[in-house]
Design a protein around this ligand. Structure first.
Ligand code: ADP
Ligand code: MG
Ligand code: ZN
Length: 476
């Protein structure tokens, strides 16, 4: 029996206005090589200056994961030659990163949490892009020098489920902190997966392979599954030493396999040394104060939703897994929606309709204020749940967001007025004297009949709770 060991390295592109060591904008939409200057083109004599906004965002992440935020950290040069890196080195942080020794609590399927140790998070500059045409290649340096935060975990995960849970929690965390867009498709959240196996009970780790740049949670799980199987078979066939080497592999999406890309470089291969152009990064009190401005994070939200709002744990996890969803939920509450009703209307009624129509919570045609108002009308008895569904269906297709006008126009106002409902009840009871007798002599089941008849007579507009209450009164 084998145990899987996984450690993750995630590159998060920080959403700063300018690059890490120069004043060029970080937007890539412009024409190729226009967001460049002597510094990010690595022209001789140009000197780098650290972007404070990037440092503050890295520090904020550090505080969020309960880490040591170093008041002095060092930038190192990592040497390698590649056309999209004109300096032939990358500026990164090797031994003294700005953030070290943190922890992240991941959420497992059974509702429990597991602590994952965080080795460090360091600042580094991204490379440019090589664009390959049929018989030539181009280099675009608009991205060169963009700030990345490389976040390195301890090898603390023991299954692909845990690895995916880690990535989801990390993704949510950087989104809540508003330090990155963390868009996997666009490459602002890229992850490298380190995988090894070891016989159960053995303390020493096995040889790890690193699978580079996987761009979806689904592929992370698939790549791990493939790699675990490959390594296990090699072990069982007695060829572990030959087949499993410390190397970098790529996951091939079409074939569903990992393939060797290159042998793993040792640190010495990169000839790391402190960058002589950059003084140590010393953080100021002002930067610390800025970095400590912390929004409410997913774990705190879950706790508050469960303990103060009475939301079920599983629902609290669904809502807080995504910053937009939590914001939407809280905006609904601000409009007077009751928490439990808001949960149902957000997670099943709205999300169901969004999925069907190809929208997401970011592109929803029905905003939180509107849905919150609609839901508050159920809570206060103005409309029934089914009436609200009709209005929501209508709004998915139409522009109008005036809830009161829609209730009126669609004739969905519930009658909650005692007098009006009693008048209907009395007619029903008068028309069914035998049934009233039978009920009074113990045939309890007939209660449902009276409710049904009253609702029918009101054409569904009577408030069912009221109907129940008043019928009980009348029938004694
Ligand atoms: P490098 O910088 O050369 O990639 P590190 O020692 O920084 O190497 O480790 C990188 C990642 O590999 C970390 O996330 C770490 O948790 C993970 N890792 C280290 N050893 C193992 C192992 N035996 N199995 C799985 N993951 C590992
Ligand atoms: Mg690495
Ligand atoms: Zn520049």
């Amino acid at each position: 029996m084998f145990e899987t060991v996984i450690g993750l390295e995630v590159h998060v592109q920080l959403n700063t206005k300018t690059k890490l060591f120069c004043a060029c904008p970080t937007s890539f939409a412009e024409h190729q090589n226009t967001n460049t200057c002597p510094t990010c083109l690595a022209l001789p004599g140009a000197l780098p200056v650290v972007n404070q906004e990037a440092a503050i965002k890295a520090m904020r992440f550090g505080y969020a994961i309960n880490a040591d935020v170093n008041h002095t950290s060092i930038f190192d040069r990592k040497s390698y030659f590649y056309p999209d890196s004109p300096s032939a080195y990358q500026i990164t942080q090797l031994t003294k990163a700005i953030v070290q020794n943190g922890e992240l609590f991941i959420d497992l399927a059974d509702g429990t949490q597991k602590r994952i140790g965080m080795t460090q998070a360091h600042l580094e500059a991204d490379a440019g892009k090589n664009i390959h045409e049929a018989d030539y290649s181009k280099v675009d340096l608009n991205r060169a020098g963009t700030p990345l935060l490389e976040i390195v975990s301890q090898p603390d995960m023991r299954s692909s489920d845990e690895a995916v849970a880690y990535l989801k929690k990390l993704h949510a965390t950087v989104r809540y902190l508003d330090i990155s867009d963390a868009n996997m498709q666009e490459g602002s959240f890229r992850c490298d997966v380190n995988v090894s196996i070891r016989p159960k009970g053995q303390e020493a780790f096995g040889t790890r392979v690193e699978i580079k740049n996987i761009n979806s949670f689904k592929f992370v799980a698939a790549a791990i599954a493939y790699e675990v199987q490959r390594q296990t078979e090699a072990y069982e066939d007695g060829v572990y030493e030959q087949e499993v080497r410390q190397e970098t592999r790529l996951y091939n999406v079409e074939e569903g396999v990992t393939k060797s890309m290159r042998g793993k470089e040792e640190a010495a291969d990169y000839r790391y040394f402190p960058d002589p152009d950059l003084r140590p990064l010393v953080v100021t009190e002002e930067m610390i104060a800025q970095a400590k401005k912390m929004p409410e994070l997913p774990d705190a939200k879950v706790k508050r939703y469960v303990e103060e709002l009475g939301v079920k744990l599983a629902d609290a996890h669904v809502i807080t897994s995504d910053k937009e969803m939590a914001t939407y939920f809280e905006a609904m509450l601000a409009c007077g929606a009751a928490p439990k009703t808001a949960v149902t209307w957000l997670t099943s009624e709205l999300l169901g309709r969004l999925n069907k129509a190809g929208f997401s919570i970011e592109t929803t045609p029905v905003d939180a204020k509107t849905l919150g108002t609609l839901v508050s009308k159920i809570s206060d008895g103005t409309i029934s749940g089914s009436g609200a569904k009709e209005i929501l269906d209508f709004m998915m297709e139409n522009e109008s967001r005036d809830i009161d006008a829609l209730i009126e126009k669609m004739g969905l106002a519930q009658v909650s007025d005692d007098g009006a409902i009693l008048a209907i009840i009395d007619t029903i009871l008068a028309a069914n004297p035998e049934k009233v007798e039978q009920y009074k002599s113990g045939k309890d089941k007939l209660f449902g009949f009276f409710v049904g008849e009253t609702m029918k007579a009101s054409k569904g507009s009577a408030n069912p709770a009221k109907v129940n209450e008043l019928l009980k009164q009348r029938l004694g």
